[in-house]
Design a protein around this ligand. Structure first.
Ligand code: SF4
Length: 470
């Protein structure tokens, strides 16, 4: 039996690709093992969104190659590179990384088992050249019955509802890697969600590159950049949310990776009317200065964004808004950053992340002038993060005394509705509350982004609070 070990890097969409590979390996009777040293094949599922993720991917590949050279037992181990870096640099990598046995692309995740058999059939002769199985631009999308072995904890799952992206953001390489936007059908997503709920999943995270564009690629009349979600024109995210909300069971539906351009009053009303949809939205805005939004080609304006946030907060009481911004985009001035900080101070996002602009080869922004020096980018990153840290502490303080529904992740650690997996805060509570279940707690304190809690009905005693604060 062939033993395979897989290293999954990058975002949740790449993790779903890893889960699909593991599902197909199991289906082919191969054994997936956590330890690379025990494996006959190591797969590195790479990310290449920005510089740091490329470096991390190459680091893992070279480390796996070195390690196999160090142990006699691993001399014949095969090294396969998959994911976004493999897809993006399909032409260059075979020469750049001759250590690798094979490169597979995003559309080969469901062919990983026969590819492994083929690699073993080929002897790694003296003048070995890596094999590439990548077949052009990515167009594939999984379905509800695509073999998949979940790598997330039992109680939450990612559900990829679409792949690819049609937006022209000038800093982003993803459309060139993941291809044009293509949505799954509502029936396919609902079937998979039903299965996940049957398996005991308590939180379904809807993911894609632009979750708000769901279904619009199937519309007869192509939607223009700021076409609002309008289910009278065809399948839309609102259609999907209503159907998911109708599934029996106690679970959260979390919306990740929405694009401001495709929000609408209908979507706001639908979320407000669907109690299973978490009072949380992830909406990367990238900037607020109109000059920057124009150069980034974000298809939105500062007036549009401010109005949208106002409508979302008014239409969905208790909503927590997560966003991300980029600092250091070519041509960005201190005045642009001042405007951004003023907007953040006014809007008080519950959750916020900041990226330093990464000059990505193949994007239009990479050729723009002037590029912002690294030191200046760094200073701007720290300035915005410091501002958000203050706001985050005030946001946390406002939760003290509230009673919240939380999902316990591990003993003594949970997440609230305002916390997506891996990227947001934590709720710390006594370890007696069962893992993988919802619980109702009272917030007794906070530390920056995190909250301290006790099961509802339990009064804090100095000893308990002290123990919590430890
Ligand atoms: S919406 Fe823009 S930033 Fe997001 S994946 Fe598409 S092109 Fe990239």
């Amino acid at each position: 039996m062939i033993k395979v070990s897989l290293i999954s890097l990058g975002c949740a969409k790449n993790l779903v690709d890893s889960e699909i590979m593991v599902g197909h390996l199991h289906q082919a009777g191969m054994l997936v093992v956590p330890e690379a040293e025990k494996a006959d094949v190591v797969i590195v599922n790479t990310c290449s969104f920005i510089d740091s993720s490329k470096e991390e991917s190459i680091g893992h590949i070279l480390e796996m190659h070195e390690q196999r050279g160090m142990r006699k037992r691993r001399k014949h181990q095969k090294l396969i590179v998959a994911g976004c870096m493999s897809q993006r640099f399909a032409k260059d990598l075979p020469n750049a990384l001759p250590e690798v046995d094979a490169f597979i692309g995003l559309d080969q995740v469901n062919k990983v088992a026969p590819i492994i058999e083929e690699i073993f059939a080929r002897e790694r002769g003296a003048n070995h050249v890596p094999v590439s199985f990548i077949e052009g631009r990515s167009t594939w999308i999984p379905d509800y019955d695509t073999p998949r072995f979940r790598l997330t904890p039992k109680h939450f799952a990612y559900l990829k509802i679409a792949e690819g992206c049609n937006h022209p953001c000038t800093f982003c390489i993803i459309p060139q890697i993941r291809g044009r936007h293509r949505s799954r059908t509502v029936a396919s997503v609902v079937a998979e969600a039903r299965q996940l709920v049957r398996e005991g999943v308590k939180e379904i995270n809807l993911i894609s590159q632009d979750t708000t564009f769901f279904g619009m690629d199937t519309w007869e009349q192509r939607p223009s950049p700021r076409t609002p979600v309008d289910s009278s024109r065809g399948t839309a995210l609102t259609t999907l949310l209503r159907e998911l909300n109708a599934i029996e069971g106690d679970f959260w539906i979390r919306l990740l990776y929405t694009h401001p351009a495709h929000w609408s009053d209908e979507l706001i009303r639908t979320i407000a009317a669907c109690p299973k949809v978490a009072r949380y939205i992830d909406i990367p805005l990238q900037h607020i200065s109109d000059r920057m939004l124009g150069l980034m080609q974000r298809e939105t304006t500062s007036a549009y964004i401010r109005d949208l946030i106002r409508r979302i907060r008014a239409g969905i009481p208790g909503i927590a808004i997560r966003t991300t911004f980029i600092v250091g985009f070519p041509g960005e001035t201190e005045a642009d950053v001042d405007e951004l900080c003023e907007f953040i101070r006014e809007t008080r996002f519950e959750r916020l992340g900041v990226f330093r602009y990464s000059q990505e080869e193949g994007t239009r922004a990479a050729k723009m002038e002037p590029q912002v020096p690294r030191k200046v980018k760094e200073a701007r990153w720290h300035r915005v993060m410091a501002l958000q840290k203050e706001i985050a502490a005030e946001v946390s303080e406002a939760y003290v005394g509230q009673t919240l529904k939380i999902l316990v992740e591990e003993p003594g650690v949970a997440r609230g509705e305002a916390d997506a997996p891996d990227i947001d805060g934590r709720v710390y509570l006594p370890i007696t509350v069962p893992v993988g279940e919802f619980a109702t707690v009272k917030i007794t304190g906070y530390e920056d982004y995190d909250l301290l809690a006790l099961p509802a009905g339990e009064e804090p005693t100095t000893r308990k609070v002290a123990r919590q604060a430890q």
